[in-house]
Design a protein around this ligand. Structure first.
Ligand code: F6P
Length: 322
């Protein structure tokens, strides 16, 4: 293999730049040429390629977002779109593609491999941490720390006003972010899609807490819970709770900012591992870290198998919230 392409796709995640840096520098170190592809699959279809050098990735390890930019491309979900993408890769003599993104991006990469036999390797990067085959995804640790910092601030005002706060965090259909910030932020309640939500019981526990002398409370809500987002839950519990409360949706704040040390290290390891894998002839796989070790997983497993949430942590949170 002489030349590879690299793109970032789907929602951006802090650490994508650190990963790009690792991909480019490891590839050049191994004697491969690298084409950067702008705007994810949208740019791939448009042929937005440019050669990357050691200097293209200088000074980006600490930056959030992605210098290649990213997109959610509708066109790439069609066979026609993927045909155009394969054509553009052929024209640019790109023999393998590294896709840094989440499961939607991996589904696209897998189809490109199945239809056009283009070797693809995925690198898991999403704040949601909802990808099987890696204990952690790039961006998750930073997002958790960002959300936690906000929750600490919210706790100050909650205590000052003796209020309950419902704080909604991201995570798509998974509760990884909510559980971790719930534990780290000492939340009284954590509402996540993996555990059936009993709003009556939650209200009763909050009232009980008040009786025990708790003057304020934080309820962390994962955006994907079946009971709804924080505003909907607030509407549902308003009448029964009889206590003063406020709602905060943290939103895209969780996606931006400098990557944490853990995310930079993870991104560097995974980016370099992706290059090694593609150069060794691996295809249709994802690189990940499981129990501290680098592993390869079939791309299809990354979304077909479900990464388990640590139920013990969830149970611990409710004990510690007393
Ligand atoms: O997958 C990352 C994520 O931030 C999710 O947590 C969230 O549900 C979604 O992306 C938001 O997507 P967008 O920024 O495209 O609205």
């Amino acid at each position: 293999m002489k030349r590879i392409g690299v793109l970032t796709s789907g929602g951006d995640a802090p650490g994508m730049n650190a990963c790009l840096r690792a991909v480019v520098r490891r590839a050049l170190y191994d004697g491969l040429e690298v084409m950067g592809i702008r705007r994810g699959y949208a740019g791939l279809i448009q042929g937005e390629f440019f050669p990357m050098t050691m200097r293209s990735v200088s000074n980006i390890i600490q930056r959030g977002g992605t210098i290649l930019e990213t997109a959610r491309s509708q066109e790439f979900t069609t066979q026609e779109g993927r045909k155009m993408a394969a054509l553009k890769l052929g024209e640019a003599n790109v023999e393998g593609l590294i896709v840094i993104g989440g499961d939607g991006s991996f589904r696209g990469a897998h189809s490109l491999f199945m239809e056009w036999y283009i070797p693809v390797i995925g690198v898991p990067a999403t704040i949601d941490n909802d990808i099987y085959g890696s204990d952690y995804t790039i961006g998750y640790d930073t997002a958790v720390n960002t959300a936690l910092e906000s929750i600490d601030r919210i706790r100050d005002t909650a205590a000052a006003h003796e209020r309950i706060f419902l704080v909604e965090v991201m995570g798509r259909k998974a509760g990884f972010i909510a559980l971790e910030v719930g534990i780290g932020g000492g939340a009284e309640e954590i509402i996540i899609p993996e555990v059936k939500t009993d709003l009556k019981a939650i209200c009763a526990r909050l009232k009980e807490g008040k009786k025990r002398g708790k003057t304020s409370a934080i309820v962390v809500v994962a955006e994907g819970d079946e009971a709804g987002g924080a505003f909907q839950i607030a509407e549902k519990i308003k009448a029964s709770i009889g206590l003063d409360f406020r709602v905060v949706v943290l939103g895209h704040i969780q996606r931006g900012g400098k990557p944490s040390a853990r995310d930079r290290v993870l991104a560097s390891r995974l980016g370099a591992a992706a290059v090694r894998a593609i150069n060794q002839g691996e295809k249709d796989k994802m690189v990940g870290v499981v129990n501290g070790k680098l592993v390869l997983t079939p791309l299809t497993d990354s979304w077909e198998k479900k990464k388990k949430l640590d139920k013990e942590l969830y149970d611990l949170a409710s004990i510690l919230a007393k």
